[in-house]
Design a protein around this ligand. Structure first.
Ligand SMILES: Cc1cc2nc3c(=O)[nH]c(=O)nc-3n(C[C@H](O)[C@H](O)[C@H](O)COP(=O)(O)OP(=O)(O)OC[C@H]3O[C@@H](n4cnc5c(N)ncnc54)[C@H](O)[C@@H]3O)c2cc1C
Length: 389
């Protein structure tokens, strides 16, 4: 049987493993973690609405269900010219057919160690929970949430989870009856954070911010993070007892130190079928790949899954004599997100034609929860998958 090796057990890597198996390949998934972390629902861990383990799926269970083999190891080097990868424990191996799905790293900022980041390692969500619990015990304080930009690749900017956690924290404090004792500020270096969601969404966010008494500090570059404040480029400060900051993504050391073709931000250059440019039968999918397209394009979970399915399909066309049309990820580019607010949500949609944020009071929150269950139990094969989901 023709073998496909996949590096990375996240949303992209697992979807690729499932679909490569469906196509009839033998599959080996290499992951440094023994579980898949469902990032889109991780925003509920810090506000005590979701236990950590409910945002994880053991890779062993997925491997058994979909009959792929699982290697728990870390890939420490990739040599594209010789088509080899080096595993920390397993040593160097030649890989004829490879899918890289290792996600993205984060840009560095001075004083980042004084911040929390919901988009970092999964364990960060628990650290944020503990910091929030401490602040709640104290009974009052200043809270600052924000996200940064990457001038080299706008698709790597991730603000949505920052807004979601901010709204959820507001909801938690309101429920506890102590919201009035906290000053909540959202900050970002760009003048209009969230602009890629479109004008209507920006307008609605402004309304929601005013209604919830959120302060903003927009359009100022960040100089440094200190334990109790953020210092901006003009030396102005924002005091904060709890700073949650999501730096924009960039290429990881593994990719940057390799000879893989990369864009200026260190993401792997691919063609429209997700094949790495100039390296036959090697693919890159999900956050690790340089996504080409309109300025508003974003690295998202649903795009990661589409890329995974397209890579599996293309591999089957090229290696298993599958008949069918060539498919590309470009035709699926859209921003699609249920932005949770704790007691409701906004349905965000953006493509080349439309840009909308539809308020979904209460039902939106339950919809996102439902998606979390659907994701877990459909991947584990307990419920059938809906077409294209
Ligand atoms: C908090 C949060 C909320 C989000 N909300 C949404 C949402 O509502 N909707 C949406 O569409 N998207 C959302 N996203 C984005 C979405 O989660 C990502 O686009 C998606 O997780 C990307 O999947 P991936 O598999 O490419 O990367 P990842 O999920 O980052 O997975 C990469 C995997 O590779 C492994 N790995 C890395 N390096 C190595 C190595 N050297 N060796 C072996 N294994 C390695 C990692 O351990 C990890 O398991 C959210 C993201 C975050 C962080």
């Amino acid at each position: 049987m023709t073998k496909v090796t996949i590096i990375g057990g996240g949303i992209a890597g697992v979807e690729a493993a499932i679909f490569c198996r469906k196509e009839g390949f033998e599959v080996e998934l290499i992951s440094e973690r023994d579980y898949l972390f469902i990032f889109p629902i991780a925003i509920w861990i810090p506000v005590s609405s979701l236990p950590f383990d409910k945002a994880t799926i053991p890779l062993k269970s997925l491997a058994e269900k979909h009959t792929f083999s699982l290697t728990l190891d870390s890939v420490i080097h990739i040599d594209a010219q010789h088509k080899t990868i080096t595993l920390k424990e397993g040593g160097e191996r030649k890989e004829e057919i490879l899918i890289i799905a290792t996600g993205s790293a984060k840009m560095s900022h001075p004083g980042l160690e004084n911040t929390f980041n919901i988009c970092s390692e999964p364990e960060q969500s628990l650290k944020i929970k503990s910091a929030i619990d401490k602040l709640i015990q104290k009974g009052s304080g200043k809270i600052a949430f924000g996200f940064g930009g990457n001038p080299k690749d706008s698709s790597a900017v991730r603000g949505g989870p920052g807004f979601e956690l901010f709204f959820n924290l507001h909801h938690q404090l309101t429920k506890l009856g102590i919201r009035d004792h906290f000053e909540m500020t959202f900050f970002a270096p760009m003048p209009q954070p969230g602009a890629r969601m479109g004008d209507q969404a920006l307008h609605m966010m402004k309304m929601l911010f005013e209604r919830n008494r959120f302060h903003t500090r927009y359009g100022k570059k960040i100089q440094t993070f200190q334990p109790d404040r953020i210092v901006f480029e003009d030396d102005s400060i924002l005091e904060s007892d709890l700073t949650m900051f999501i730096p924009a993504g960039n290429g990881s050391h593994l990719i940057r130190s390799s000879d893989l073709p990369q864009n200026d931000a260190g993401f792997i250059r691919i063609d429209s079928t997700c094949q790495i440019q100039g390296i036959p039968s090697w693919y890159a999918i999900g956050d690790v790949a340089a996504i080409e397209g309109p300025e508003w394009r974003a690295k998202q979970g649903h795009i990661a899954e589409i890329m995974a399915r397209i890579a599996a399909h293309t591999l089957a066309l090229n290696h298993l004599n599958k008949k069918g049309e060539v498919k590309t990820y470009h035709e699926h580019l859209a921003i699609l997100c249920v932005m949770d607010m704790g007691n409701g949500a906004g349905f965000v949609y953006r493509d080349n034609v439309r840009a909308l944020l539809l308020p979904l009071p209460w039902i939106g929150h339950w919809l996102k929860q439902l998606w979390g269950y659907y994701y877990r139990y459909s991947k584990l094969g307990y419920i059938p998958r809906l077409p294209k989901l």
